[in-house]
Structure formats: structure tokens, C-alpha cells
Design a protein. Structure first.
Length: 201
């Protein structure tokens, strides 16, 4: 076997090994992604005991087979929560031409202060199809953990506030997680994502 053929075989072996490593890396990443992906919304809410702002159990029937935008926060939030809800309300109103075909789900991370009555009063300040959700702190943590939501209590001079994940989770009409909207994301991008979400299923 001449030198040129040996080099060719060696180069081919390296390329094939590299391709195999890439494929295995992709498959492993896909496995981790599926393993760590949020459960189907209908499945996870069947495992927790939460209520909506009307005091009704927060179950699949409340979603009415519509796509949903899921956001975690608290009513005493000074900026991120009211801004996010106002933006989502306005944008979904424009995108759907006021037909309320997308749910906006606002889950409080502060059930101590945000009972159903307080949530109901709060969401009335926003346009759009907003469902306020509360419950005891253990059930809320179960639900938040499914989405990898971080939150912590921070003491203030006279009371407390919360640091929390400001991501909006996009869920299709079948309850499957379909992506996220980031805090501060531009309106054009949000509109495109919501339009894509409406086309699924």
C-alpha cells in the first residue's frame, strides 16, 4: 500500500469518526432536550391543585383548546409583570383581531398576597384574555418547577419583593411547549412568534 493510499484511508477514518461524534452529540443533546422539556400543559395542571381568578379549578377545560402564553410573576411587581401583561394583551388583541383566540395565563409566585380576589381585580387593568392563577405555595412551586422558573423572596425595608424569571412560555392548542418570548424582545419578533404559534396543529 503506497503512502498516498494510507493518507487517504487515514483521512477518511478521521472524517467518518468526526461525523459519528457529531451524530452522537446531536442525539445526546436531543435526549437531554426532551428529558428536560416541560411536560404537556394539560398533563402538568392535572397534577397540581391551582385555581383561577374566579375561584374555579385551573384545569384543561379552562384553556378551551386555545394556544396559550404562560407568564409567572406577582401583582406587586413594579415593572416587569405589568409591562409584560400590557404588551401581551395589546399584541394578542391586534394579532387576533379581538377574537380572544389566545390565552394569557398569569401565575402568581406570591400566593400569600395574591389570592383569587386580588388577582381578579389586578387583571381587570389589562385588555385581553388573561387567566389569573393562584394556589398554595407548594402547588405553585410544583407548577413553576415544570417550566424551570426561578424565583426568590427579597426583603425590603417594610415588606418584601420577588426576583423571578421573566420569560413567557408559548404553548400550542394541544398543550405542547413551543418556545419562549424573552423580556424586552422587540414587538416584531413577538408578533411573528405568536402568528407561528397560531398556525400550529
Amino acid at each position: 500500500m503506497n503512502l498516498a493510499k494510507k493518507k487517504l484511508i487515514l483521512l477518511s477514518s478521521i472524517i467518518i469518526s468526526f461525523i459519528i461524534i457529531l451524530i452522537l452529540t446531536f442525539l445526546f443533546a436531543e435526549y437531554l432536550s426532551r428529558k428536560n422539556a416541560p411536560q404537556n400543559l394539560s398533563e402538568i395542571i392535572s397534577k397540581v391543585n391551582l385555581v383561577d381568578h374566579n375561584g374555579q379549578p385551573f384545569k384543561s377545560v379552562v384553556l378551551k383548546n386555545k394556544p396559550s402564553l404562560l407568564f409567572f410573576g406577582f401583582t406587586n411587581c413594579p415593572e416587569i409583570c405589568p409591562t409584560t401583561l400590557a404588551d401581551l394583551s395589546q399584541i394578542t388583541k391586534e394579532v387576533t383581531l379581538n377574537d380572544n383566540s389566545i390565552n394569557i395565563i398569569f401565575v402568581t409566585l406570591d400566593p400569600k398576597r395574591d389570592n383569587k380576589e386580588h388577582l381578579k381585580d389586578y387583571i381587570q387593568y389589562f385588555d385581553g384574555n388573561i387567566i389569573g392563577v393562584t394556589g398554595n405555595k407548594i402547588e405553585i412551586k410544583k407548577f413553576a418547577d415544570n417550566w424551570g422558573v426561578f424565583y426568590e423572596t427579597v426583603k425590603t425595608v417594610n415588606n418584601y419583593t420577588l426576583n423571578h424569571t421573566a420569560t413567557v412560555f408559548m404553548i400550542d392548542e394541544l398543550g405542547n411547549f413551543r418556545g419562549t418570548i424573552s423580556w424586552g424582545e422587540n414587538e416584531t419578533s413577538i408578533i411573528q412568534k405568536i402568528n407561528n404559534l397560531r398556525k400550529l396543529n
